[in-house]
Design a protein around this ligand. Structure first.
Ligand SMILES: [Mn+2]
Length: 344
């Protein structure tokens, strides 16, 4: 975990900023970390990052639009040189909080205030919660951590206060797939896969919401979230069922590919891994040019690096047991072959 004095440094940056702009990774961990920081200081705008693998130059438009005096980057492993330089030109400091390994050159990282919880790699939500320790944000903190399959030290107390949401005696991964709080994490992840207007409304609502029930209850503010959740949850269940109906039970690898309007490889891969812990799970979302891939299983990180190493234009990385990759369409078969070879 990052040191207490580093937490204090992040807090100093937050408190010194009158108009912070937060760029966060487009998932429950990134979102909850942002919300916790924003709620604690009572100001700041949040933008979900959709570019992969890095925070790209296109986001300078948001810097232009919001004119912040500090930029916080949360839960994103890579940041592009063009983005850092564009922000530097405006004389704005970048505070970068993460828990992934990074390939961004050291010289570039040193131009930001960089905080990373590696090697223990606690989620960014955990780091955010440890900065202010506000009881009223505990529900967000638990959701963000469970979203990244991490059971935080405050889970026990929270589950004792909210036994109907989850039981802290189960692992974070079990909790993600078989509890009410796990469902709430998917509500957030699916809620982020919506139009910009709906995501902005969701963020506005969550920055004021008081507890888990403000999310679970259907009211005029949560109506769109609930609708989006049930739509995407149906798609998600369908894909999981398809994958399970077709896989080779003898093979150590479970491959599944799908297409459609919504990429949710991470969620599908998590569920398949939960159901088949003995296998390496490889889920691919097919797009016209590039394929988005989520990999789950033992040594996923090592396997991912090896599998993309001889493919030009491929990128990938993440955590020990959970990674993401992007491969050009024409090399997808080669990628699959690579995976088979590494595993055998
Ligand atoms: Mn994360």
């Amino acid at each position: 975990m990052i040191l207490l004095e580093e937490l204090q440094k992040i807090r100093d940056h937050l408190e010194a900023s009158q108009n912070p702009l937060f760029f966060f990774d487009n998932d429950a961990d990134g979102l909850c970390a942002f919300l916790i920081l924003q709620r604690a200081i009572g100001r700041g705008r949040g933008v979900a990052i959709k570019s992969f693998p890095d925070l790209k130059e296109q986001y300078l438009k948001k810097v232009e639009e919001f004119n912040p005096d500090a930029i916080f980057i949360i839960d994103k492993p890579e940041v592009s040189k063009e983005f850092v330089e564009g922000v530097e030109e405006r004389g704005i400091p970048i505070i970068w909080i993460d828990h992934h390994e990074t390939k961004t050159p050291k010289e570039l990282i040193e131009r930001t205030y960089y905080f990373n919880s590696l090697p223990s790699a606690e989620p960014t939500t955990y780091i955010a919660q440890k900065i202010f320790n506000r009881q009223e944000d505990m529900w967000l903190a638990v959701m963000g951590c469970i979203g990244d399959a991490y059971l935080p030290d405050f889970a026990e107390k929270f589950s004792e206060q909210n036994p109907e949401l989850f039981n802290y005696k189960f692992s974070a991964f079990d909790t993600l797939h078989s509890s009410e709080i796990g469902k709430m994490v998917r509500m957030l992840n699916f809620g982020l896969m919506d139009s910009i207007t709906n995501v902005v409304n969701l963020i506005k609502y969550l920055s004021k919401a008081k507890n888990a029930y403000d999310l679970l209850e259907e009211n005029k503010y949560t109506q769109q979230l609930h609708k989006r959740y049930s739509q995407l949850n149906e798609f998600y269940n369908k894909q999981v069922n398809k994958a399970e109906a077709n896989f080779d039970s003898e093979s150590p690898v479970l491959f599944f590919s799908y297409s459609g309007n919504t990429s949710m490889s991470s969620e599908i891969a998590n569920k398949l891994y939960y159901n088949h812990k003995d296998k390496l799970i490889v889920v691919a979302f097919k797009r016209p040019e590039k394929i988005n891939i989520s990999i789950r299983g033992e040594n996923a990180l090592q396997i991912t690096h090896k599998a993309i190493q001889d493919i030009e234009g491929a990128t990938g990385g993440g955590h020990e047991n959970a990674t993401g990759a992007m491969v050009p369409v024409d090399d997808f078969e080669k990628f699959k072959e690579n995976i088979k070879q590494i595993i055998s």
